[in-house]
Design a protein. Structure first.
Length: 358
C-alpha cells in the first residue's frame, strides 16, 4: 500500500508505504515494513510453524530480502508483543542488520533469551512502556496499552508528515484482565478524533459472533477442576500465556499443591515473567521434577507445554508414554487450557486420542 500526502496547494508531503512480509491473510510469521520516503521501520519479526506437507522443515520465517538489501535505511524494529509469531525470527533478522529494537519490558526479556541462544548481542534492545512515544527518523512512533493472551502487548501508531497510521497488534478487549491493566480505549478515541490515515487491525476470530471472554473467567473453572482432582493435575497451556499460568498457580496454592514446570519454553517464560514482576508465585511453590516423588499425587500440579499437539512437547510425549520423567496414571487429571490455533486442530485431536488410549 502506498500513501501520498499533499499540501492544500498540491505540494508533495512525502510518500508512506506499508509492505506486509508476513501475517497478512495468514496465521504466523508477522512482519510489516512501514516506510516513509527512504526511512524503514520494521514492525514485528515472527515465525510460523510448517504445514504437514512441509517435511523436514522446523519453522518458517518471512522473506527478509528487501530489509537486508536496504539495511542502511532501516531505522528501527518495533515489536507489538512477545508471541513466537511476532518475535520468533528476530534473532535471524538482527544477525543481518544493525538498528535499535523497541519493545516492552516482558518482551525484551523474552527476546534476550532468544538472542542468547543465537549468540546475538542484546545491546540493540530499547525498553519502552505503553504510553511512550519515540521519534524514529521523521516518524513519531507511539505505543498503546492493549489486552492479549500475553502481558505487555501494545498497539503501535506512526505519526508521519502525511498522517497517522495505526496498527492494533493482536488484541482483545478485556474488561477484567488478570493483571488489571485495561486496554487504553481513550487513546484510540483520541487518535480517531484527530483522524487516522490508515488502520491495520487484528482480525483473528472475526468470523465468530459475540465477544471474546475475559481471561479472568478461566480461573474459576481451573480451580474447580483442581479442587475435584484426586491425583496429579497435568495442565497444558501456551507457555506465553502468563495470565493463564498465574491462574493455574493460584489454583495449585489454594489446594496445597506444589507446581512442577516442564517444557523448555514453559520454564523460560515462567522464569523471565517472575524475574520481571509479571508472575506472583509464593516461595517454595515451584519444585524441581527430581523431588516430585517426595510428594503424594494429590500434592502435585504439572504445568507443561503441548496444548497445540506439538509432537515433541511435554503433553504429547506423556500421551504416547514417551516422556522422560512422567508416566500418566489413571487417577491423573489432564487439563488442556488452550484453544487450538487454526490449523492445529488435527494435532490437538491426536493428542486427545492418545490420552484416551492410556
Amino acid at each position: 500500500m502506498e500513501l501520498v500526502g499533499r499540501t492544500p496547494n498540491g505540494a508533495n508531503k512525502g510518500k508512506f508505504q506499508i509492505i506486509p512480509l508476513g501475517g497478512l491473510g495468514e496465521i504466523g510469521k508477522n512482519m510489516t515494513i512501514f516506510q516513509y520516503e527512504d526511512e524503514i521501520i520494521v514492525l514485528d519479526s515472527g515465525l510460523a510453524f510448517p504445514s504437514e506437507d512441509m517435511l523436514g522443515v522446523d519453522i518458517v520465517i518471512p522473506d527478509m530480502s528487501y530489509i537486508i538489501e536496504n539495511k542502511d535505511r532501516v531505522k528501527a524494529v518495533v515489536i507489538t508483543h512477545g508471541h513466537e509469531d511476532h518475535i520468533g525470527s528476530l534473532a535471524y533478522l538482527m544477525k543481518e542488520i544493525n538498528c535499535p529494537v523497541y519493545a516492552t519490558n516482558l518482551v525484551c526479556g523474552l527476546i534476550e533469551g532468544k538472542f542468547k541462544e543465537h549468540k546475538v548481542s542484546p545491546k540493540c534492545l530499547r525498553t519502552i512502556a505503553a504510553g511512550d512515544e519515540v521519534q524514529i527518523g521523521s516518524v513519531n512512533v507511539g505505543f498503546i496499552q492493549t489486552n492479549h493472551s500475553i502481558p505487555d502487548s501494545c498497539a503501535v501508531y506512526f505519526d508521519t508528515p502525511i498522517g497517522t497510521v495505526l496498527h492494533t497488534g493482536d488484541f482483545k478487549i478485556d474488561q477484567t484482565p488478570v493483571d488489571g491493566r485495561l486496554m487504553d480505549m481513550h487513546k484510540f478515541a483520541e487518535l480517531g478524533n484527530k483522524g487516522v490515515l490508515a488502520l491495520m487491525s487484528d482480525s483473528t476470530n472475526v468470523e465468530k459472533p459475540g465477544t471474546t471472554g475475559s481471561e479472568s473467567s478461566v480461573g474459576p473453572a481451573i480451580k474447580q477442576a483442581v479442587g475435584e482432582a484426586k491425583g496429579r493435575v497435568v495442565l497444558a497451556t501456551f507457555a506465553s500465556n502468563v495470565s493463564r499460568i498465574q491462574q493455574a498457580v493460584d489454583a495449585a496454592v489454594m489446594f496445597n499443591r506444589k507446581v512442577v514446570v516442564m517444557g523448555r519454553s514453559m520454564v523460560n517464560v515462567t522464569e523471565i515473567a517472575q524475574e520481571r514482576g509479571y508472575l506472583n508465585i509464593p516461595p517454595n511453590t515451584i519444585i524441581d521434577v527430581d523431588v516430585m516423588h517426595n510428594y503424594t499425587d494429590d500434592q502435585i500440579m504439572i504445568l507443561t507445554t503441548g496444548s497445540q499437539g506439538e509432537p515433541m512437547a511435554g503433553l504429547s510425549r506423556m500421551a504416547t508414554s514417551n516422556h522422560r520423567t512422567v508416566e500418566l496414571a489413571p487417577n491423573d487429571t489432564v487439563i488442556i487450557s488452550a484453544t487450538p490455533i487454526p490449523g492445529n486442530e488435527g494435532a490437538v485431536g491426536r493428542t486427545i486420542d492418545n490420552l484416551l488410549r492410556l
